[in-house]
Write a protein that binds this ligand. Sequence first.
Ligand SMILES: Nc1nc2c(c(=O)[nH]1)N[C@H]1C(S)=C(S)[C@@H](COP(=O)(O)OP(=O)(O)OC[C@H]3O[C@@H](n4cnc5c(N)ncnc54)[C@H](O)[C@@H]3O)O[C@H]1N2
Ligand code: MOO
Length: 411
Amino acid sequence: MRTVAEHRAVVAALLPRSAAATDLPLTEAAGRPLAADLVAGRALPAFDNSAMDGYAVRAHDVAAASEDEPVTLPVAADIPAGRTDTPPLDPGTAHRIMTGSPLPVGADAIVPVEDTAPLGGPAPGTPPANAVPGRVAIRRAPTAGRHIRRAGSDVTPGTVVLEAGAALGAAQLGLLSALGAPHATVVPPLKVLVLSTGSELVEPGRDLLPGQIHESNGIMLAAAAREAGAVAEQAHFVADDADAFLSVLRSADADLVITSGGVSMGAYEVVKDALAGRGVEFVRVAMQPGKPQGAGIVDGTPVVTLPGNPVSSLVSFEVFVRPALRAAMGYRDTERPRRRAVLSEPLVAPAGKTQFRRGVFDRDAGTVTTVGPPGSHHLRWMAASNCLLEIAADTTALDAGAEVTVRDLTV
Ligand SMILES: Nc1nc2c(c(=O)[nH]1)N[C@H]1C(S)=C(S)[C@@H](COP(=O)(O)OP(=O)(O)OC[C@H]3O[C@@H](n4cnc5c(N)ncnc54)[C@H](O)[C@@H]3O)O[C@H]1N2
Ligand code: MOO
């Protein structure tokens, strides 16, 4: 019997780290991992600018300003956002300035508009809504540097701002754009083909005869592969017929084939019958669910054979395939985040097997409660869970209140 860790290593070894990298427009790069560290080519902010709508001044000129005795300055210029020819600030004057507008040379503080009062009529030619006063009363003395965002205070050129393997989510795409990059160099997705087996399987939407069931592992595993960052297709499922199975497998154009079903101990074990002696090793892993497993290379294509019971299939994908796929695609985060949680009920578990129970993790309370029985056909409870509770092989009982670790399936 293999341990979970041993079989994880076997599956991981099937999928070496992809060396492929591709330049994608940012809109298409969403979710992909960066192929290499991203080094900033420019500073952010690119220039000293104002953090407030108000007036750029020399702090020294208005050091005596107070509510009772404001200091009045002529307003010599207006600097709306986007102005590219900002004039320098002469001593004894103020420039009206907006948030993000370039700080004029000579200014060393911003007085927010709330600490000022406009005086005099608008400067000639200014539209009424945006009228600039001729003079401004400064009602509070700013300290030098106040409300100024210095060039490079967020990013200095040459800084590694994102590491290789970082997945490009909203904030990362925003940062790339802010740095002026229209593209990102990312690792392209691996292609996964999911192939379900079983003579009892019928396409959803079709009527069932007694003894038949609707096929459900195909869409589930393909969705899981997509959620892991791969592209996935479902081959039409095949009956328990080794020749039919092999012919679909041979026509596969994929970086990884995932099969479900046909790997346990009975007769009609189509996957085992077809692939034993063809490069796939079939083993029993000390876990529940997910005991019967297989992995190997068939005609150059990595193949992972998962058990057919739906919960076994998806849990096996989580434990073995997802981390290997993500590592191969260069993601930095290959594992689901682990959370510490307090068990809200007592549990028993089989000796000698790592048990994965479906659970609901309450992030606020820091607790986990199992949902549904341990049996591997309870797909309904898998669908109701948000975490997997991993119970070590040498643990046979846990008390309510025990500290446990869960895999957070929501991230
Ligand atoms: N004598 C023994 N019998 C079984 C053992 C064992 O050790 N000795 N192991 C059990 C365990 S544990 C598992 S897990 C299953 C694995 O069986 P297979 O991988 O061979 O899967 P099948 O027999 O084809 O199917 C099992 C179960 O799952 C349903 N199934 C299969 N594929 C799909 C699908 N695509 N969509 C929906 N449901 C599917 C199938 O109808 C069966 O009910 O073996 C135990 N038996
Ligand atoms: O290992 Mo099976 O996956 O328990 O049902």
